[in-house]
Design a protein. Structure first.
Length: 238
């Protein structure tokens, strides 16, 4: 891991603990700004709840966030966020350019392409269960929508989200923690695993220490918005 001379900070958000999608939101600490080596986010606490119906349900919720990211960020963080451009190829690839203004007044821009895929059982190999993958990478150069370092801070994101599904016996609340009802059907558990490499480029205008801290904290907040949006869609789907 390294910090390039033209970047504020390079963060590796790896080894992120799995998020069971039938778990309500929990608090976690955001990475603090630094000019030194990147830091990893702290472990999240987990609390279990029921409600997930299928892997496809969670996958569709993830696609909903991907195609409505600017709305989710604006509503949940209060940042003025707009999508300058959006394009998709038959649901297999999504290209979007997002501009978001932080509370400090600094506008951050992101141009990324994402590739979601839902895999059926045995599609990746005999004995391999169903899963879903969302891989994303930043766009280095865009002739139609070039980066604007004189007015915005460029944020590059390369990462992946993996969804896996399993089943477990539902716990019977009246008979203790480990007890289940005889003949009761097992419930679906969808687990989300995330990893991302994030870099903020140094713009052509001065940025205060306070604004820099806001930008760093915003990196973690965007990940939280994604998870909360997916949960919200899953639990409100009829």
């Amino acid at each position: 891991m390294y910090v390039e001379p033209d970047s504020f900070q390079t963060l590796l958000l790896s080894d992120v603990p799995s998020d069971n999608l039938n778990i309500p939101p929990s608090s976690n600490s955001s990475p603090s700004p630094s000019t030194e080596a990147p830091k990893k986010p702290q472990t999240k606490k987990k609390r279990k709840a029921t409600g997930v119906e299928s892997l496809e349900q969670v996958y569709n919720a993830l696609i909903f966030y991907l195609t409505n990211m600017e709305i989710s960020i604006s509503e949940r963080l209060g940042h003025i966020t707009v999508r300058d451009d959006y394009d998709s190829i038959e649901g297999t690839a999504y290209n979007s350019r997002i501009a978001s203004t932080e509370d400090c007044g600094v506008t951050m821009e992101m141009n990324a392409v994402s590739f979601p895929q839902l895999f059926a059982k045995d599609e990746l190999g005999v004995g391999v269960g169903p899963c879903a993958v969302l891989a994303s990478d930043c766009v280095d150069e865009d002739e139609l929508y070039p980066y604007n370092p004189s007015e915005r801070v460029r944020k590059d994101v390369s990462g992946a989200v993996v969804l896996t599904v399993s089943r477990r016996k539902p716990k019977h609340k009246n008979k203790g923690v480990g007890a289940t009802l005889l003949g009761e059907e097992s419930e679906v558990v969808v687990t989300m695993q995330r990893a991302a490499f994030v870099k903020l480029h140094r713009p052509q205008f001065p940025v205060s220490a306070f604004a820099l801290q806001e930008l760093h904290e915003g990196i973690a907040r965007w990940g939280d918005v994604m998870l909360k949006t997916v949960r919200s869609v899953v639990y409100t789907t009829p």
